[in-house]
Design a protein around this ligand. Structure first.
Ligand code: SF4
Ligand code: SF4
Length: 339
């Protein structure tokens, strides 16, 4: 089973880690069972966050009956030294005395970067937590590769977390080589581009093929957890079929896809933007009959109220033309319905 050294942290973990976003979507019993299975299969690193509602708590429950040690990674959006309180809350939720890696969560632009690094900023709070032995290593996560590049250059962080998938491969050129040069550990989030890529095989094999990084796909069911592990355990050279599928999907999405991060909220018309942006995927997955379901009716009704005010636009880290895509999705749906 391939292991990766996470840079200067000297932590050595299985090449496949695990992300704690999806377990928020299932019941507690199922979530705990998934986490235990993931650990029992051999996963060494679990990632979660203060912002993932019950994820830390569920990991804490799962760890109660597990003897195998795992590397824990968590994070907080708090931008000031008060992040120290979040570290304490994370420890309480996960029911441990120490979290191995604690990140500044989604430092999305240089303004925020200056804020977290300034006197009284979040980095100071994490330095205190590290000095007191509450955490071992300080990391930073961002969807913005320029911010990560700067963070690596500045040399304060031991781990970074970047988005990496075949639909978003830029980190491989911009960030990974630099991190390796500076001996900084790399965690790769969103190997399925936030759920946009539905075929786990090509997506996981692509991210696992990149040396010295640890992808952290999440899984909310035992079936998914086992499938991801099987892909990892069976070796992950990309097949010709994988390459064909990746090319087809790259053409289909043409970079204009929503990563479901919700940074664009709140919407002035109360639209659940990520769902309106993902309308085609939802309809393809559930069929047009899904329109009859209450939440979908509500979603479509609200989406039609987009006033094109543009308030959401500067908040999207991917510069997606949100109102245009919503309009296009609705036109596509109406066409489908009227056929
Ligand atoms: S442009 Fe549309 S989606 Fe964006 S905030 Fe305004 S109403 Fe909401
Ligand atoms: S539109 Fe942009 S900000 Fe909003 S959920 Fe999608 S990717 Fe995130």
């Amino acid at each position: 089973m391939e292991k990766v050294r996470l840079g200067k942290t000297n932590l050595v973990v299985t090449k496949l880690g695990w992300g704690g976003i999806p377990i928020q979507r299932v019941g507690e019993r199922e979530a705990v069972s998934v986490i235990r299975t993931v650990i029992e299969m051999g996963t060494d690193l679990l990632d979660t966050a203060r912002g993932y509602t019950n994820s830390e708590h569920r990991i804490g429950l799962a760890l109660q009956k597990i003897d195998r040690p795992v590397v824990l990674s968590s994070k907080s959006h708090v931008k000031t030294a008060r992040i120290y309180n979040d570290v304490q809350e994370s420890l309480k939720q996960v029911k441990v005395k120490k979290i191995n890696i604690y990140h500044l969560h989604n430092v999305s632009n240089f303004e925020d970067y200056e804020k977290v690094m300034a006197s009284g900023g979040a980095f100071e709070g994490l330095t205190r937590a590290r000095a007191e032995g509450l955490i071992d290593h300080i990391g930073i996560t961002s969807h913005n590769l320029n911010v990560l590049e700067r963070a690596i250059e500045d040399g304060h962080f031991e781990v970074i977390m970047a988005c990496y998938s075949f639909l978003e491969p830029e980190a491989a050129f911009k960030v990974f080589p630099l991190a390796q040069k500076k001996d900084i550990g790399v965690l790769a989030m969103k190997p399925f581009s936030g759920g946009v890529i539905e075929e786990a095989g090509p997506a996981l094999r692509f991210t696992l093929s990149m040396a010295n990084i640890v992808p952290i796909p999440g899984s909310e069911t035992l079936e998914l957890a086992r499938m991801n592990w099987k892909i990892f355990a069976e070796g992950y050279s990309l097949t010709e079929k994988d390459k064909e599928r990746m090319e087809a999907l790259k053409k289909e999405f043409n970079r204009q896809f929503c990563r479901r991060c919700d940074y664009c909220l709140p919407c002035t018309a109360k639209i659940k933007i990520q769902f309106a942006m993902g309308l085609k995927t939802i309809i393809k997955r559930f069929g047009p009959e899904v329109e009859e379901i209450g939440w979908m009716k509500d979603l479509l009704e609200k989406a039609r109220n987009c006033s094109e005010c543009g308030e959401c636009l500067p908040r999207c880290p991917y510069q997606l033309p949100i109102p245009d895509i919503i309009k296009e999705n609705l036109a596509w749906f109406d066409h489908l319905r009227n056929r």
